[in-house]
Design a protein around this ligand. Structure first.
Ligand code: FES
Ligand SMILES: [Fe+2]
Length: 338
């Protein structure tokens, strides 16, 4: 990690909070994987009971790298070190040593994990403290499965999250119209909410398109986890978009865009005749279209994020005070010991 004065941002690249690790379907029993997550070399796996573990890849016995590319492997759901064969369970505890009983307990550094709605998150705190808040339950209601894609970007999660309160860029960068705030920014501890409305045309031309008049709620649980919920009440359209920003190495983040939706209740409101399509096909098609639009829209921010400078004293208009409130909200995710 760079010294503070060499950094691009005047705060740690690894704020406290919950961060995306993987989607559940990509973490199968018996398969050990590794990645750099919040500047840590980590390994992760699912044990035979279905429990997922994310752990530091360094064996606490004598420092061997536990990644599968260096000989780390799973046996009966336990992580086996390639050096002296110590075995660890998903709580990080060493439960077996080939040389017999250990004279003192040995345990891996693990991170608190939460798996919900097909998404795996883990909690990062620079001093290894326990989570102060939890992420929302995504297993509620009749939502479709998530569709998703990821991009590596050179930025910081506070920058990507700041977009969620910056409604003045929405018409200019994304071409939305009728953008209007619906309520003042709501901040309650680790939770932040911003509500606004907008109109977005979706389709190949002005004459052949869906006009989406949506009320959107942006919720944040820390800087790594934002959820955007566009609702179009008259059509009975409910969408959830996740914007998950996970620092990799202090320079780049893994930016994951995910979407799920409920079956649309009144499709003819979106476009006359849509209701004639078979329901399953229609909802699968709409999810595909809306996700494509979501990714396209967010991609318009990438170049700006990668190349902008973080201004400690931006020259904002009085109408943009949400950005200042957002930055104050963010302060709680940093400690001075980093
Ligand atoms: S270093 Fe891992 S078992 Fe010795
Ligand atoms: Fe944006």
């Amino acid at each position: 990690m760079k010294e503070p004065d060499q950094r691009r941002f005047p705060f740690s690249p690894f704020p406290i909070g919950w961060y995306w690790v993987e989607f559940s379907e990509n973490v199968k029993k018996g398969q050990l994987q590794s990645k750099t997550w919040l500047g840590q070399r980590t390994v992760y796996w699912r044990d035979d009971h279905g429990k997922v573990c994310l752990a530091n890849a360094m064996c606490p016995h004598l420092g061997a790298n536990l990644s599968p590319s260096f000989g780390g492997k799973l046996e009966e759901g336990l992580l086996v070190c390639p050096f002296h064969g110590l075995r660890y369970n998903t709580t990080g505890q060493c439960v077996h040593s080939p040389v017999g009983e250990l004279s003192r307990p040995v345990s891996l550094k693990t991170f608190p994990v939460c798996e919900t709605g097909g998404v795996i998150f883990a909690y990062w705190h620079p001093e290894g403290l326990e989570p102060e808040w939890s992420v929302p339950d995504l297993d509620d209601g009749d939502w479709s499965r998530f569709v998703y894609s990821a991009r590596e970007i050179r930025t910081h999660p506070q920058e990507t999250s700041e977009n969620g309160v910056d409604i003045t860029h929405l018409p200019y960068v994304h071409g939305y119209s009728n953008v209007e705030s619906l309520e003042p920014l709501h901040i309650d501890g680790h939770y932040l909410r911003n509500r606004f409305r907008l109109t977005r045309l979706v389709g190949p031309s002005k004459h052949l398109c869906m006009k989406l008049d949506v009320h959107a709620t942006v919720s944040m649980w820390g800087v790594g986890y934002s959820m955007i919920e566009p609702v179009m009440q008259d059509a009975g359209l409910y969408i959830r978009q996740l914007a998950l920003c996970t620092p990799i190495d202090g320079e780049k983040v893994n930016f994951v865009m995910a979407m799920q939706m409920k079956d649309v209740e009144r499709p003819n409101v979106l476009m006359p005749g849509l209701g004639l399509m078979p329901k399953r096909l229609l909802n699968a098609l709409l999810l595909k279209i809306f996700f494509k639009v979501y990714v396209q829209d967010i991609s318009q921010d990438f170049d700006i994020w990668e190349n902008k400078q973080y201004l400690i004293y931006p020259r904002l208009d009085a109408s943009e005070s949400s950005i200042i409130h957002f930055r104050r909200y963010c302060e709680q995710f940093y400690t001075s010991v980093e």
